[in-house]
Design a protein around this ligand. Structure first.
Ligand code: FSX
Ligand code: SF4
Ligand code: SF4
Length: 318
């Protein structure tokens, strides 16, 4: 169980910033952007204890790995701090050293050991057609293990589930028109399978790293955050993009961009789906606060349950 040991060892090592300092940092730097509503210094100690017993097992189905890449772009806190100090990540196909049957057995062993406590992070949709054979994620004793098998087994054993990205939350791109693989999101899959494990949706294609880290930290320490009707944490997805857009004044004055390179103007005529989209991108921004979709293009409504079919064509007005 090389991956388990190496990840575990890393957690034990002193790597510059202690978990305690890190958690304090989360509390401090998050002020004013929402996470502060979830944490306060008095909780830091409780978090340290809580995190010890709550490993995260991250599995990948039908997706592009963009959600993992987005998480790896976490800057404040840095991804190193996130992985080593805030999340006890015991399984992740893209970042762990282990592979093959060893990794698969390890996945099931940890799930058994931490039954009812671990959090299952699901990235990518679950293809249910053809008995799940469109997505085989491993083998144990020469038996193929499908995404359907793992989400069913581990989903039922988990203390909580995070559906990370539009695909895991609602089916996303794999479930777009055509959908020969029968791609579906976690909550719909659970409904059919009769699984009742508390589930938090973190949509976005991909989701912002803060939405992922903030939701995991909240889930592991304070339980399920307040969710909206689509299972999304209100703290990140509670505000309408259009109502808060820096270009709202230009919209109201009828100043509309005619092309994407126009530095000013509302993007409505270019296909912006901000009016039907709920997320805090307008103030959180992306790429370490550098920019966001509306600055360079349009909002394509990537956090909404109907994405991508309901928000297509992306570059034509709704
Ligand atoms: Fe989906 Fe994740 Fe879009 Fe990609 O794997 S949310 S296709 S950005 O990254 O699942
Ligand atoms: Fe609304 Fe989009 Fe125009 Fe901003 S750019 S005001 S979100 S339509
Ligand atoms: Fe998704 Fe719109 Fe936010 Fe861009 S601005 S990340 S398309 S919700």
């Amino acid at each position: 169980m090389k991956n388990k040991e190496s990840l575990h060892n890393c957690q034990q090592k002193k790597t510059g910033v202690s978990r305690r300092t890190f958690l304090k940092t989360v509390t401090g730097t998050a002020a004013g952007i929402g996470i502060s509503q979830m944490f306060n210094p008095a909780l830091v100690l409780a978090m340290e204890k809580a995190l010890e017993n709550h490993p995260v097992l991250w599995i990948q189905g039908q997706g592009c790995t963009g959600c993992s890449v987005s998480l790896l772009n976490s800057v404040e806190p840095s991804i190193a701090d996130v992985l080593l100090k805030v999340i006890s990540l015991q399984f992740h196909p893209s970042v762990m050293a282990s592979e093959g049957e060893t990794a698969m057995k390890n996945l099931y062993e940890i799930a058994e050991k931490y039954k009812g406590k671990f959090s299952l992070a699901v990235e990518g949709a679950i293809p249910v057609a053809a008995d799940g054979k469109y997505c085989i994620i491993g083998e144990i004793d020469h038996k193929e293990i499908t995404m359907v098998d793992v989400v069913k087994d581990l989903g039922a054993k988990a203390g909580s589930v995070l559906a990370i990205g539009a695909c895991a939350a609602y089916g996303g791109i794999p479930a777009a028109e055509g959908n020969v693989t029968g791609a579906t999101g976690v909550m719909d899959f659970f409904k059919t399978a009769g699984i009742k494990t508390p589930t938090v949706n973190i949509p976005g294609c991909p989701p912002h790293p803060d939405w992922i880290v903030g939701s995991i930290a909240h889930l592991l320490t304070k339980g399920v955050p307040e969710l909206d009707e689509y299972g999304r944490p209100v703290v990140f997805y509670g505000e309408n993009i259009h109502d808060n857009c820096p270009r709202l004044e230009q919209y109201e004055e009828g100043e509309l961009s005619e092309k994407l390179s126009d530095p000013k103007g509302c993007r409505m005529d270019l296909g912006c789906k901000g009016p039907d989209t709920y997320a805090d991108c307008y103030k959180r921004k992306w790429n370490s606060g550098m920019n966001w979709c509306v600055d360079n293009a349009v909002c394509i409504g990537c956090v909404e349950p109907g994405f991508p079919d309901a928000t297509s064509p992306f570059y034509e007005p709704a």
